[in-house]
Design a protein around this ligand. Sequence first.
Ligand SMILES: NC(=O)C1=CN([C@@H]2O[C@H](COP(=O)(O)OP(=O)(O)OC[C@H]3O[C@@H](n4cnc5c(N)ncnc54)[C@H](OP(=O)(O)O)[C@@H]3O)[C@@H](O)[C@H]2O)C=CC1
Ligand SMILES: O=C(O)CCC(=O)C(=O)O
Ligand SMILES: [Mg+2]
Length: 740
Amino acid sequence: MTDQTASDIIVTKVDEAPQLASASLLPVIRSFAAAAGVSVGTRDISLAGRIIAAFPERLTEAQRQPDDLADLGRLVTLPGANVIKLPNISASVPQLVAAVRELQAQGYDLPDYPEAPATPEEVESRRRYDAIKGSAVNPVLREGNSDRRAAVAVKNYAKANPHSMGRWSADCKTRVSTMAQGDFRSNERSVTLTAAQAGKARIEHVGLDGTVRVLKQGVDYPAGTVVDATFMSARALRAFLAEQVDATQAAGLLFSIHLKATMMKVSDPIIFGHAVKAFLAPVFDRHGAAMQAAGIDANSGLGVMLERIADMAGGAAILAEIEATLKARAPLYMVNSDRGITNLHVPSDVIVDASMPALIRAGGKGWGPDGKAADTNCIIPDSSYAAVYDETIAYFKETGALDPATAGTVQNIGLMAQKAEEYGSHPTTFEIASDGVVRLIAANGDVLHEHAVEAGDIWRAASTRKAAIEDWVRLAIDRQRAEGCEAIFWLDRDRPHDAELIGYVEPILAAAGVTDRFAVLAPRAATRRSFETIRKGGTSIAITGNVLRDYLTDLFPILELGTSAKMLSIVKLMNGGGLFETGAGGSAPKHVQQLVEENHLRWDSLGEFCALGESLKFLGETTGNDKARILGAAVDVATQGVLDHDRSPQGKAGQTDNRDSHFYFALYWAQALATQTESPELAARFAPVAEALAANEAVICAELAAGQGSPADLGGYYHTDAAKTVAVMRPSATFNRIIG
Ligand SMILES: NC(=O)C1=CN([C@@H]2O[C@H](COP(=O)(O)OP(=O)(O)OC[C@H]3O[C@@H](n4cnc5c(N)ncnc54)[C@H](OP(=O)(O)O)[C@@H]3O)[C@@H](O)[C@H]2O)C=CC1
Ligand SMILES: O=C(O)CCC(=O)C(=O)O
Ligand SMILES: [Mg+2]
């Protein structure tokens, strides 16, 4: 087989809830896979693992870890790649700092995260930490476009067992507020590169006095690349936010801001910082300079700010002013009202793809400081995609909530490969230092884009490669052919970038003779059409760019299935391999908190089961290992069994949890293998396993339940203690013995 460095399948080691779940599930997978001669390796892409790998020279031999992310980034470009990717933390600065502190406390001699690097050593540490920050993993691994949908069994289960939905009342005042001018959408320019313009481009800033400063050079754009440039005007953003602070209060709504500070790791923390400053404007007017001198950065959020101010001379007075300002303003949308954590505390606590659907599912309600649900002003500064949520809310106000018992489904084909579009733009995003002009200049000297900018503006270039676009359209054609249903390219002819994409899409559809099977609609119209289709029980394929891939694969699943954790998420790698993502959601920090408090893990591994089935079947196809294929088909049966018998985790201690669901998954998997007839050898091997698991069900369940209800010790959060984690996640000696 190809170079997977000796393993047939690689499973990523990640963070938080999915990592805890892996501690229980991976031994089952390894044990079963061995029967088909399939080896399952791991690569550590956790936040802690990536931090450790970045500072080998400061660590002991025993502490050091190789750079597994770099290794995986190489693997996914090989034809034989077969990777199961679990969700990992895309760290905001407060998360990164917390992880570093935890590792330091465990004896790792890591440098502090330098907020304001001064010495050459600090500049170097900051450079290494910046590479770890934000969404640093997904763009590296996603060497292909994405196909996310609910497996038929999962969708049918959701219809038969509909989750709760909040009610929409006609007088609901919840709304989306977005900028009308000066934002990324309004300033966008786009061009498709000619062969003459291909090569290494550069980005430069020309000051008002004519001084030229190169912001970035050697940006490699092959011919046919769609190259965009745009900027968010800081002046327009400040005016917009100030207006929203007042308008929210006048309308009697909760103030909320929804960004993607993780994936958009350069631009969105800055925008978040502007929101913190706008909300606390009186405090920043009076103490802004003093706070800045004390190294306080609003971009990291109110949480860190409050800690730091408490340490400042005269801090108590500033804290009192913050409290008074918060009282005088509109109430804030809360992350955790019991603990007083607001929307403005941490930039990565409210992430638009998950936060907006949760609010919409709740009937347009957010949580206020009083712990009660209330109508909310949802501020999404950039208007590029805000219309999707605005239209969704308008639609539900008109028609009432979606009924998951009868709703159809929206699948997604997402343009993601080769760091496509905005989600690949971090290295070419800049907070502008002074007024002037920013130019993007092609290798041949052509000025591709030019913008007059002011200090503080956020300028960025994004690119989308021809090969990635063509692959995406082909994937859409295949998917539409397989489903025979409505298929919509969510592209806006009036948006410069989308117009360039349409320039690719339409000729490819025409050449394939399938033009009539596809519609091209701007996001607002596509949103309405898709909801109308699924309300009638139909299926629609949303063919979208990278950002809408992310947003829609939480929005529709959360409304249709109650969660995006159950999504099938396949990335056909462009060089022939397969990347199987688990679910479409994140790493659920709230679940870890619950495990630590009461030893109940409500993480649902259904996404992992779906990914595992696909990965094994793919391995069977690509290597001719028929047993792997049979193992994969049996995974699908087991997944169905977990659903049919209601063995998915539930919310409260004492109910079925993640570990219980893994036992039942193993039981049904073994039974499916024991009863299949294609491989008598596998049947013979698994018959006694199935028998032993079934015979010991009561004992195993009792052993799994024994610790529930009391606190669990993992020996860490970002870097848990391996032995303690195993003890917590594999508490059934009987189950372990049978699997082992
Ligand atoms: N692919 C990736 O690598 C991704 C990583 N992330 C990262 O994840 C972290 C958290 O992001 P956040 O936006 O809070 O989103 P999450 O998806 O982690 O959490 C939102 C909520 O979704 C529910 N949920 C998600 N997954 C599951 C599951 N498998 N089983 C049961 N419920 C689930 C939980 O609801 P409830 O609490 O009601 O049970 C959870 O609180 C961030 O660090 C972010 O960067 C985010 C998205 C994708
Ligand atoms: O990489 C990230 O930060 C988040 C990815 C994500 O939300 C998604 O792919 O749906
Ligand atoms: Mg997402």
